[in-house]
Design a protein around this ligand. Structure first.
Ligand code: OXD
Ligand code: MN
Length: 595
């Protein structure tokens, strides 16, 4: 081991893990640039990282084709009873799961270095931040954690000898025998992959995958699954939400937190540049919000992350110029295509399709190829500080006050462009029934409708029925200070198939309407699903959209909604006696309104 660790709990844990996993070496990370550069150098030498000629200090990695996404079927919330994990989580009893995983961990780091990564989620030392220590045998994880979290020896200093942290154990599950040659992306077969959470112990054990949220344990595992359980115990909120700041021409600031399921354009909205002049839009975070009630009774949010782990395909100067400008240097790309000029490329990027690339599997690719050049879940890992519109207050320890919550999903039919909840309970009802058509970020068939309450279904670390109740309880605590709640659908299509709403920077028009509602400047029309905008209140200037399309976009079809009632009833029924009465009441009222 390269340094002496003073923290007692950490020392003991390092010892236990190294006895179990039997690495050749132990290295405690300090988060320095020198450390990052050294790791990258080694990764280049072993042919794992490919330096990109066109982007300074940027590298391409290719994962194993079997290890390309979060593995929800192998993700566990291991509480003492299954009831505590609830019906939306996979569950195995803690002792049984630990036994299975201990057997897998036994000797799993042979031939490898065990990295100890001290990190902070949230600014180091902020009262909302949490300290985690990830132990991992993947150098790819180390360099990604450097960007996505705050890895630093200051974290160890802050811990001192007695301080507490969240232990996050990760192994790719691929020990090396004497003399065995390593593969470029070692990992375990799918049946040996386990992403396990023990929320009552604040503990994470991950085995077998080196990819994204399976391996960068600060993100989905700590900042959402473990943090959501902590947040319930401690009366705060850990949500799968982007955070943005809008500033009106008069200089008034509005902060919006929005929850969309994976790959529904969250990163695009977080960095959106308004198409309406004089309004300014800045990004605070693109994926996760931790929120606490401040001394003034309002809800304050921080982004616990330090970088963006965004989906590359579809990202372009047209869809998200600010993301593109964040990717010019110091970026890790995973599973993108490599051009002959030494740059990355992906489907949906601006400009001409290259005549030849090396695809994400390392094979020659031309436009005639029948496969994708980049994997649909190819990612960029970029420092948030590189985003040209990062909000100057994004690292403010106390966070920013939230005025508006938005829920949404990808629905080609039925759900209008925007509606507003009647009140907090109705807003919680909208969040709890949110649904979206599935995409490539989660394993499973693409295009099926799935209920994804609050975009938290894969990320809630306890019984979701209790999570709904937690939202109701937070509303009770916030009272009149509670943010207003809206629901959007950017993805409604014409019956013939193309999108009705231009989306992207024009979504700003919808956000402006929300701000006007917060100010009480405009009225709204009551409908069965919530308040709808008066058409004249959404600024459509300069937009090429016909009144008929606008009508279709805002239409509420009672028959289609009625047809979804039984699906909502089934969805609620799985929570049994954990389902809050107040939401059942909301469903009753919804049915009554539909008539
Ligand atoms: C993500 C996801 O990677 O939600 O952010 O899948
Ligand atoms: Mn996400």
């Amino acid at each position: 081991m390269n340094i002496t660790v003073k923290n007692e709990k950490l020392n003991k844990w390092i010892q236990e893990v190294s006895e179990m996993c039997q690495p050749d070496d132990i290295y405690v990370c300090n988060g320095s640039k020198e450390e990052y550069d050294n790791m990258i150098k080694k990764l280049i030498e072993s042919g794992i990282a490919i330096p990109l000629k066109k982007r300074p200090n940027s590298f391409l990695f290719r994962s194993d084709p079997s290890d390309v996404a979060r593995v929800e079927d192998n993700t566990y919330i291991s509480t003492p009873t299954q009831d505590k994990a609830g019906p939306t989580n996979n569950w195995i009893a803690p002792e049984e799961l630990k036994k299975t995983m201990r057997d897998l961990y036994k000797g799993c780091m042979k031939g490898r270095t065990m990295y100890v990564i001290p990190f902070s989620m949230g600014p180091i030392g902020s009262p909302i931040s949490k300290i985690g220590i990830e132990i991992s045998d993947s150098p790819y994880v180390v360099v990604n954690m450097h960007i996505m979290t705050r890895v630093s020896d200051r974290v160890l200093e802050l811990l001192g000898s007695e301080g507490d942290f969240i232990p996050c154990l990760h192994s790719i599950g691929a020990p090396l025998a004497e003399g065995q040659e390593d593969s470029k992306w070692p990992c375990a077969p799918i049946e040996q992959k386990y992403i396990s959470h023990f929320p009552e112990e604040n503990l994470i054990w991950s085995y077998g995958s080196g990819y994204g949220g399976n391996a960068l344990l600060g993100k989905k595992c700590l900042a959402l699954r473990i943090a959501s359980a902590m947040a319930r115990r401690e009366s705060w909120m850990a949500e799968h939400m982007l955070i943005l700041r809008l500033t009106s021409p008069e200089g008034k600031q509005y902060h919006i937190a929005a929850a969309f399921p994976s790959a529904c354009g969250k990163t695009n909205l977080a960095m959106m540049q308004p198409s309406i002049p004089d309004w300014k839009c800045e990004c605070v975070g693109d994926d996760i919000a931790w929120m606490k009630i401040g001394p003034d009774g309002r809800l304050y949010a921080i982004n616990p992350e330090n970088g963006f782990f965004g989906v590359a395909p579809g990202t372009s100067y047209e869809t998200n110029p600010m993301a593109m400008d964040s990717l010019k240097e110091n970026v890790i790309f995973t599973n993108c295509a490599l051009t002959d000029e030494g740059d990355v490329w992906w489907e949906g990027m601006d400009g001409d399709v290259p005549t030849h690339t090396i695809d994400w599997k390392g094979n020659d690719w031309t436009p005639e190829s029948t496969t994708d050049a980049a994997h649909p879940n190819a990612r960029f890992t970029a420092p948030a500080s590189q985003c040209p519109v990062i909000c100057e207050d994004w690292e403010k320890p106390e966070g920013v006050p939230i005025d508006i919550f938005i829920f949404g999903g990808r629905r080609s039919t039925v759900i209008p462009l925007v509606h507003e909840a009647f009140n907090w309970d109705h807003g919680v009802f909208l969040g709890s029934t949110a649904a979206s058509e599935t995409t490539a970020a989660n394993i499973g068939a693409v295009g099926n409708l799935r209920r994804d309450p609050f975009a938290m279904k894969p990320f809630c670390g306890y019984n979701m029925g209790d999570y709904f109740q937690h939202w109701l309880d937070m509303g009770d605590k916030l009272g009149d200070n509670a943010p207003k709640v809206f629901y959007v659908n950017w993805f409604r299509k014409r019956p013939v198939g193309n999108f009705l709403w231009p989306g992207f920077s024009d979504n700003r028009r919808v956000l402006k309407w929300m701000c006007d509602r917060v100010e009480g400047k405009v009225g709204a029309v009551e409908s069965s699903i919530g308040f709808l905008p008066n058409q004249e209140d959404i600024d459509l200037s300069g937009l090429d959209i016909t009144p008929d399309d606008m009508k279709e976009l805002m239409s509420v079809d009672a028959d289609a909604l009625n047809a979804e009632i039984s699906d909502i009833e089934n969805h609620f029924s799985i929570f049994g006696d954990h389902m809050p009465e107040r939401l059942k009441q909301q469903l009753k009222e919804f049915k009554r309104r539909l008539g």
